[in-house]
Design a protein around this ligand. Structure first.
Ligand code: SF4
Ligand code: SF4
Length: 306
């Protein structure tokens, strides 16, 4: 494997859901033809809904550690229960040769801090990895897609996001693809920060609403903090021309480059219903605007993706 192999990673963000980010990402994937695709939203992955993936590989995600009591070794002293700050130890474990009840761990409450394992006088507690979700590699017409699903209720989505982008980089090396297109998670929290690591360029998809403007500002501040150049595209721009102009002015002031405006278009919903990226409806206004957006940004991307 070539250690000097570098990928150009374009991350598409929106700050909030519902701006049309995934539809635009799927369309850019179609235009790029040979990117490695990553859906970084491990809590609600939906890029796959527009790319008709065929599953190539499925792996468990060992997300965290949890305590397990070995009932044969436990003498029911209760020390672990006293020490656990999360109330995750219960005293109704199975009997063994010495005691009628042992202690056991509630898997839904254990936070994996390992304090109980460290202090158990009989070394009856082990820390074991637990499956926190799955990650996948799928084949699509647009290129290989790396995606994942975190088990509901688990809070470490940033870690799984980091894992799938690392897997995507390895895949890019293996298949010699230098362009990675990442559909980012919503918000500006831990999963977004995990997605930003190593990103060369951000594309923010926003919309002309007060919440769109607010979230755009937060994403641009984050991008500035990490010194990542940022493009901005206003989706459904014609719903409020004044708001679009003001969003574009503010984005420019914050150092971003405006690369496109996409009109409101019912074809987007129609394409979604059919499980297709809107770019496949070639004559539609949204598809034409995305094509223009692609013409602007593709000269800055690796040559093979043009
Ligand atoms: S500290 Fe160890 S021996 Fe004591 S109750 Fe807990 S598991 Fe059992
Ligand atoms: S690992 Fe921590 S949270 Fe889990 S049972 Fe032990 S003390 Fe409680």
């Amino acid at each position: 494997m070539n250690e000097n192999f570098n990928t150009f990673e374009l991350l598409v963000l929106s700050g909030k859901g519902g701006t049309g980010k995934t539809s635009i990402t799927a369309s850019l994937a179609t235009l790029a033809k040979d990117a490695v695709l990553v859906d970084c939203d491990v809590d609600a992955s939906n890029l796959e809904l527009l790319l008709s993936p065929s599953l190539r590989k499925k792996e468990p995600y060992l997300g965290s550690m949890q305590a397990r009591v070995n009932a044969d070794l436990c003498d029911n002293c209760g020390m672990c229960m006293e020490l656990c700050r999360f109330g995750a130890i219960l005293s109704d474990g199975p009997a063994n040769a010495k005691v009628e009840h042992t202690h056991r761990v509630s898997p839904t409450s254990c936070e994996g801090c390992a304090v109980c394992a460290q202090f158990c006088p009989h070394s009856a507690i082990d820390m074991v990895p637990v499956v926190g979700g799955e990650w996948y590699v799928s084949d699509t017409m647009q290129g290989p897609l790396v995606h994942a699903r975190l088990q509901p209720g688990l809070g470490n989505s940033g870690k799984l996001t980091t894992l799938i982008r690392d897997k995507a980089r390895m895949l890019a090396r293996e298949c010699g693809r230098t362009f990675m297109l990442l559909d980012g998670p919503p918000g500006i929290g831990c999963p977004v920060i995990a997605s930003l690591t190593g990103t060369k360029q951000i594309l923010v998809v926003t919309e002309p609403t007060p919440s769109g403007a607010h979230d755009l500002e937060r994403v641009l501040e984050l991008a500035k903090h990490f010194k990542i150049p940022t493009w901005v595209c206003v989706n459904k721009f014609d719903l409020n021309m004044d708001a679009t102009a003001s969003i574009e002015a503010r984005a420019t002031e914050l150092g971003a480059t405006i690369v496109g405006r996409i009109p409101y278009d019912n074809s987007v919903t129609e394409a979604q219903k059919q499980g297709l990226p809107v770019i496949s409806m070639r004559a539609s206004p949204a598809a034409r605007a995305i094509q223009e957006l692609w013409s602007k940004i593709s000269p800055f991307l690796p040559e093979q993706s043009n």
